[in-house]
Every structure is written in C-alpha cells, then in structure tokens.
Design a protein around this ligand. Structure first.
Ligand SMILES: [Zn+2]
Ligand SMILES: [Zn+2]
Length: 142
C-alpha cells in the first residue's frame, strides 16, 4: 500500500518516520506534532496507567506495612494485629482496584480501536479510519 508522503513526518530526535496524525514519536516519545488532536486511545491508556500505578504503589506499600505490623503483633502487642489486618485489607482492595482499572481500560481501548476503524464495503476488511484506500483490496474508502 502506498501512503502519500504528507501523511508522515520525521522525528526531529531519532529520525524515525512518524504518522502525521500522531502527537508523539512511537520510537522515542518525542513530541513531534503539538497540533495533532489527542489520540483517544493514548489518553485512555495514559490515565488508566497513572491511576493503576498509584493503586499498585499504595497497595503494595500498605501490604508491606501490614507485614511490618504482623510480627510485633504476634510477638508482643496484639493491638498491632488489628492494624496489620486493616492495612492488609486496604492494600488488597487497592491491588484489586489496580487489576480492575487495567482490565477496564483494556476493554475501553479495544472498543475505541474498533470504533476508530472503517470497514471496506467490498471485502469487509478492517482499515484505520484515516486510511483512504482499503489495505486488502485497494478500494477507495470514503
Ligand atoms: Zn523519535
Ligand atoms: Zn477492501
């Protein structure tokens, strides 16, 4: 498939070929196109990544502290066992949230990807929305 040259830019940082519609270089992450409309898939992924990372981080931290309180609780002060239990519970909830956020964002990204594609009316091939020609049979897509 021949793509018109104007649909591509060159990354100023690593010289990789970057689609004109993308905001960042896929190879090195440099901002190549500040005017490009935000990529909805990247936006969903980014916000989900940030939230899930925070959940995993705090969840892991709480579980870590929960283990820290477990030993003195068993050995000396039973009150620490309650603290340990609460921390373990909160940590587990955060880890479950981390899992749920990742799962939900994957589903959402799948949906977005499907909604961003056009189907060729001749061969039913699935093409990116910005494509002007079917990649499978060459038929025009608009
Ligand atoms: Zn680059
Ligand atoms: Zn086709």
């Amino acid at each position: 498939m021949v793509v018109p040259v104007r649909m591509y830019k060159q990354c100023p940082s690593c010289q990789a070929t970057v689609p004109a519609t993308s905001k960042f270089c896929p190879a090195c992450g440099t901002l190549v196109n500040a005017q490009a409309p935000p990529d909805p898939v990247a936006a969903v992924k980014e916000s989900a990544d940030t939230r899930s990372m925070l959940c995993a981080m705090f969840g892991g931290m709480l579980l870590f502290f929960s283990f820290g309180f477990l030993l003195p609780g068993v050995l000396a002060e039973p009150g620490f066992l309650i603290v340990s239990g609460i921390l373990a519970l909160a940590g587990t909830i955060l880890i479950l949230m981390w899992y749920a956020i990742r799962k939900r964002s994957r589903v959402k990204i799948e949906e977005l990807k499907i909604s961003m594609r056009v189907q060729c009316e001749y061969c039913n091939g699935s093409n990116p929305k910005e494509a002007h020609k079917c990649a499978f049979c060459g038929a025009p897509l608009w």
